[in-house]
Design a protein around this ligand. Sequence first.
Ligand SMILES: NC(=O)C1=CN([C@@H]2O[C@H](COP(=O)(O)OP(=O)(O)OC[C@H]3O[C@@H](n4cnc5c(N)ncnc54)[C@H](O)[C@@H]3O)[C@@H](O)[C@H]2O)C=CC1
Ligand SMILES: O=C([O-])CC(=O)C(=O)O
Length: 308
Amino acid sequence: MKVTVVGAGAVGASAAEYIALKNFCSEVVLLDIKEGIAEGKAMDLMQCASLNGFDTKITPSSNDYSKTAGSEIAVITSGVPRKPGMTREELIGVNAGIVRTVAENLVKYSPEVIIIVVSNPMDTMTYLVHKVSGLPTHKIIGMGGALDSARFKYRLAEALDSPVADVDAMVIGAHSDTGMIPLATKASLRGVPVADLISDEKLKNAVEETKVGGATLTKLLGTSAWYGPGAAVSAVVQAIACDQKKLIPSSVMLNGEYGESDICIGVPAVIGRNGVEKILEIQLTEEERAQFKASADAVRSVNNDLSI
Ligand SMILES: NC(=O)C1=CN([C@@H]2O[C@H](COP(=O)(O)OP(=O)(O)OC[C@H]3O[C@@H](n4cnc5c(N)ncnc54)[C@H](O)[C@@H]3O)[C@@H](O)[C@H]2O)C=CC1
Ligand SMILES: O=C([O-])CC(=O)C(=O)O
């Protein structure tokens, strides 16, 4: 299995590292437009192979897409991250041009590829890839829900004083500070509804902290996060590569599901060897349905800023 990661910055390198550590791919091509970056990161990562016991070969590329030819999966992390005080939506002006060119180049050399979009504003960048790549809709997946759900589980575990691994929870909606919808009503501690175990106030705090999870880290770090994003990317890549058919909230093109069409936004999706294998339409409360509609409206208005 050959996987390409475009963008050898913080998130791209972290994703390549986690993919290699999990040892399920033969090759990861790490491509960056900046001369030397991919070479340096790939060399540094390959020097971990004997220490960490992985066989995955990490091949660098300085913007040479011929090296990506025949990739079955490609991850787009190229573009600028936000700085403290910014929203993800403010990145559209720079990132749309980058994501468009990258998607076109990827498809040129790997016409059968499945693309995972990470660059922000992620839901709109995913929509853009649908419009410019010519790939079938099931082959384009926006990564946001995997990360946001992991952050929600972390916040719930904190509130419950329980191990994170005992918590199950999901976040749907847009990957944005205001559009995320952590599904508090469905969160559980090994099947026991979390709402039965902690106060409304604690649950509400966990929801609010999850929604601004990216902004909180950006404020602390001066740039956006990379370990969680890299791990979340590797989980989506592995679900495809190993045909795991995992239920991962992902930004996918909707065609009537949840009452929305011609939009990419986070919904529960089964991810396997064919990419998006199924979209699950789960029961939402009236309040969650209203939140989803508002979230979709906001994504649509950002999509309108694209020139496609
Ligand atoms: N969807 C999600 O959950 C998350 C999304 N992000 C987004 O991912 C993106 C990357 O973030 P970081 O890795 O922290 O940024 P970074 O600045 O560390 O790395 C970005 C890399 O992209 C490269 N690049 C720029 N234009 C390129 C092009 N045309 N072709 C190839 N490479 C190019 C740069 O040289 C740089 O090395 C940002 O847009 C950020 O907002 C970050 C975290 C989570
Ligand atoms: O917050 C950001 O800008 C980066 C991102 O999408 C995340 O970490 O969730």
